[in-house]
Design a protein around this ligand. Structure first.
Ligand code: 13P
Length: 249
């Protein structure tokens, strides 16, 4: 069965609640496309107003992060139940910015993966290499480690519903999109890695996105690749261009 594309925006630390509502109202008619899953991953404080503003549209709302404990003395964190209580269906886990600036490890991300599945939230687990790693030829060694540890103890049935976002760090926010060949090559290798951990059926089912300077001009070629099932979009998700990316065909 063909995998449904999933095109998600990662708003990062942008948009106050009132700006968020305005942006959703602008984008709502532009992203109307039921052939793909459209997800807006927004800052925690924007989740409720964005949900309200997106009501009746095809926009699904996701979080950008989540903690791996149920509740308690973890000042500043957001629990899985807080997200599901307001209807959140997706959460980005292990974005390279969280790994780099907030010290998240593969092990932390694995704990979050377990929690997400336990609460019925679909994780969008990020992985990707630095420029140095690419130049040293260790891209796949590094990504395989991220994927293997990230999915440790996750069942095949759960993994089939997960989303992996391949985001080369050197392509994030730099305007340097990976070439379609580079992106397809790594996404295909990630799928192989999933086949090794689980089986062919799981590898065929899991959705793998590309992220890193995706824009209206590059989306169509990227999303036409056999192993690229959509995108995780930063900067361009905050602009009307996101409508063109969602309607890339
Ligand atoms: P840009 O699209 O701004 O490069 O960001 C990509 C990203 O990090 C999405 O998670």
């Amino acid at each position: 069965m063909a995998r449904k594309k999933i095109i998600a925006g990662n708003w990062k630390m942008n948009m106050t609640p009132s700006e968020a509502v305005e942006l959703v109202n602008t984008l709502k008619p532009l992203v109307a496309n039921d052939e793909v899953d459209v997800v807006f991953c927004v800052p925690a404080i924007d989740i409720i107003p964005v949900m309200e503003a997106a009501k009746g549209s095809n926009i699904q709302v996701g979080a950008e992060n989540m903690y791996f404990e149920e509740k308690g003395a973890y000042t500043g964190e957001i629990s899985p139940a807080m997200l599901t209580d307001v209807g959140v269906k997706y959460v980005i886990l292990g974005h390279s910015e969280r790994r780099e600036y907030f010290g998240e490890t593969n092990e932390d991300i694995n704990k979050k993966m377990h929690k997400a599945f336990e609460h019925g939230i679909t994780p969008i687990m990020c992985c990707g290499e630095t420029l140095t790693q690419r130049e040293q030829g260790v891209t796949m060694d590094f990504i395989r480690q991220q994927v293997k540890v990230g999915f440790l103890g996750i069942t095949a049935e759960q993994a089939k519903t997960a989303v992996i976002a391949y985001e080369p760090i050197w392509a994030i926010g730099t305007g340097k999109t990976a070439t379609t060949e580079q992106a397809q090559e790594v996404c295909a290798d990630i799928r192989k890695c999933i086949a090794e951990i689980y089986d062919e059926a799981t590898a065929e089912a899991i959705r793998i996105q590309y992220g890193g300077s995706v824009n209206a001009g590059t989306a169509a070629d990227l999303f036409a690749q056999a192993d690229i099932d959509g995108g995780l979009v930063g900067g361009a998700a905050l602009k009307p261009d996101f409508g063109k990316i969602v309607n890339y065909k």
